[in-house]
Design a protein around this ligand. Sequence first.
Ligand code: GLU
Length: 505
Amino acid sequence: MVLRFAPSPTGPLHIGGVRTALYNYLLARKHGGRFILRIEDTDQTRYVPGAEAYIIEALAWCGITFDEGPHVGGPAAPYRQSERKNIYAQYAHELVERGWAYYAFDTEEELEEMRRRFEAAGMVAPQYNAITRSYMKNSLTLPPEEVRERLQSQPYVIRFLIPRHREVRFYDKIRGWVSFHSKELDDKVLLKSDGMPTYHLANVVDDHLMQVTHVIRGEEWLPSTPLHVLLYEAFGWEMPEFAHLPLLLRPDGGGKLSKRDGDQLGFPVFPLQWKDPFTGEVASGYREKGFLPEGVANYVALLGWHPSGDKEIFTMDELIQEFSLERVSKAGARFDYEKARWVNQQHLRHKEPRVLLPLIEPFWRDRSLPPADDLTKEKMVQLARERAATLPEVVEVIVSFYLRPALPLHDKGIEKLQPPVVENLPAWIEQLPSAWEKSALEQWAKSFAKALGMGIGKVLPSLRLILTGQEAGPSLYEIMEVLGQQEVNARLEGFLAVHGVRKRV
Ligand code: GLU
């Protein structure tokens, strides 16, 4: 089994492109096949500097690896179509010889004129096809000597000769049988006048030369597939299997999620941040938002694929085991950012704090928190990740308890304090345990509540407000444990000093 991901470097990779790459990758790994990265850069007018490097970096970040590609080499090198340009022309000429293609000499003006003429005659969106081609300047209409002469003296393209009355059928592994009538197809250019192939020719020739067995790509390529099927027939090559993935839709279902949506929908549509080399505009990425690559890959896998059971959280290895095209639906998949966050959160919870710490470090650094040793930091991360969906949110939770609350407490906070807790606090500070660990601290708080004749549920919120200035957060005993005895003491005493309750000795 040989699969490929064949992006055009026309900009950053959209999250839908990540999904296409991921599904190809999962199948290649599941079946022990090869996975190729091929850069389809024959259209130099759309080339964007940095896009190829971005694509490679983004996929590597998501955990998607290739066996062959421009960055790793391989037996079918080169893997950039611009570096393979000498390969394609011979194939186009071969099709002319076999009667499956022809030379066309029409200028831009003549093509425009043809469109105008047929539109005036009532044709909708006239194309170069079985009807119009007989009115144009090509090797089907001109005498052979003139064709020979024009080939020497003027620019020409090679067009595919779409057969007139043909039903083109192919089996799509997601959609089942798909059929097109050849009258819906136009005589697409295969080789341009500058000698460069178009997408269709280069794509099919390379899939053949690279022995690709499965073409899995976005639904937007479905209309190109009948031409590709005919190209395989014309060359007499074995056809790969096809699967066209459902569209990725905007959260409201109102159309395709596109690159242009950028950050306008309130979430990134790119895996990594992208700075447009022409405009300098920056579009945000999941990496910089503090998502884990495992979370992104997992969520992206769920966009159109339905696991067989209820389980939704998968490691990459589990995805490789579980994934199958049979469970990919043909209906468009709506992007749901909240779900993406939830999936990421599940991965955060499963990651060792020791492993999370270096990932959190860049976000931590921005917040100028007081220094802490690694063990304390790990404990804080462990505590905070329960209440966070992304890495910077872990830091936010840590900030909420690790920074001393500003005193005096704001009025609302004061109103919420239970007076008996405040009044009796001085005595209970004295009784804080010397064995500073959470079970002892829990014991302490419970005894405190008991002595006041109050439920622990009434006492804890007051203690939390006093210690952290917050009304909610991770387990207070664990917070106290990581803050350490000295800091807890200082916060309690500080509170009493500012709020005018004198310590009873
Ligand atoms: N170069 C095309 C793209 O940018 C490849 C489509 C295909 O996989 O055949 O998506």
